[in-house]
Design a protein around this ligand. Structure first.
Ligand code: TXA
Ligand code: MG
Length: 302
């Protein structure tokens, strides 16, 4: 089912059933080496899925429910099937902060694995309509028989992913920048290192070109050229055609609108043979994760 969360919509299924998980991989055309996040309604349920060291427990208490995913050693009898974990010894877990997601998880009683409910590599969905559009025709009835409409996703960017090594002497590794900002981690006195692409530890999904519109995309553009639709930060400049991520240049508002704006402009650009240009986004706060997504979206297409 299409499941609303506070970050983006997920394509959720029973994480304990390999045949269901295989259906999600197939519907998304997602490579099988890219593991899924297990969603649970609280810490107690999470403790059945992964092995919590003291540091992981403290992180869960500080940030759950919320947009933080913890990558831990899988519990010896974890209910999350091997296919969902891509055969890894670790498992990614989060407790979403969306009332609809929490109600479904409580009622279901087993972990739901849920990748973002977009076709693999495309822009993530922040509304129920985006999910329906991505799986329209071929797969909608079969692969996504139910979409729960929980309104537009509030954060608009995926969860932050932290690898939490059991050994407290090893640093936390941020595998994906996301809705929990670096500043929010720092404010809790946490130190971390960012995973480097090609480094020893990485989120397999982050190695790919990702979050990408169909149209070509140019970044850090202050003056769009003719033939470009412009995604501004601040007021749309005179003469430019497009829309603004945030008229008042607020990164939180911009994060919330990023994927929906990209989808709208991409549809228009593709229909009219145009390309996309995006304004520079400040690297502060959520701007860090916005720039991460835009860089991946533009990879190989600039
Ligand atoms: O906000 C979110 O996290 C959304 C909502 C639906 O919860 N989900 C989401 O899932 O973004 P997905 O599948 O699009 O991204 C999950 C990321 C992938 O990059 C995957 O490689 C990484 O998590 N991941 C999952 N399990 C992992 C593991 N054991 N070790 C390292 N990375 C892992
Ligand atoms: Mg995704």
């Amino acid at each position: 089912m299409g499941l609303p969360t506070e970050t983006v919509y997920g394509l959720a299924c029973d994480g304990t059933r390999p045949e269901a998980v295989a259906g999600v991989f197939a519907a998304k055309a997602r490579p099988a080496f890219n593991p899924l996040i297990a969603h649970v309604p609280g810490l107690a349920a999470a403790q059945a899925v992964g092995r919590f060291c003291a540091r992981a427990e403290a992180l869960a208490e500080a940030f759950w429910p919320g947009p933080l995913t913890l990558v831990l050693e899988a519990a010896p009898d974890t209910p999350v099937c091997e296919l969902a974990r891509a055969g890894l010894a670790t498992v990614a877990i989060r407790v979403p902060a969306h009332p609809v997601a929490l109600a479904v998880l409580e009622a279901f009683g087993r972990p739901l694995v849920a990748p973002s409910a977009n076709r693999s590599g495309y822009v993530s969905p922040t509304t129920a309509g985006h999910v329906a559009a991505d799986f329209a025709g071929v797969e909608l009835e079969r692969a996504v028989p139910v979409i729960l409409d929980g309104g537009p996703a509030q954060a608009g960017l995926e969860s932050t992913i932290l690898r939490v090594p059991d050994d407290p002497a090893q640093p936390l590794v941020r595998l994906r920048k996301g809705a929990v900002t670096g500043d929010a981690l720092t404010a809790r006195g946490l130190a971390w290192v960012d995973a480097s692409v090609g480094g020893a530890i990485a989120a397999p999904g982050m190695l790919l070109r990702h979050y990408a519109p169909a149209a070509a995309l140019r970044l850090n553009v202050t003056r769009p050229e003719p033939g470009e639709l412009y995604l501004a930060f601040g007021p749309l400049p005179p003469g430019a055609v497009g829309t603004s991520l945030s008229e008042r240049a607020d990164v939180v508002e911009a994060a919330g609108r990023l994927y929906a704006s990209l989808r709208t402009l991409d549809a228009e650009a593709s229909a009219r043979g145009l390309s996309l240009a995006v304004a520079p986004i400040p690297a502060q706060g959520l701007g860090e994760a916005i720039n991460d997504r835009l860089t991946r979206a533009a990879r190989g297409r600039m």
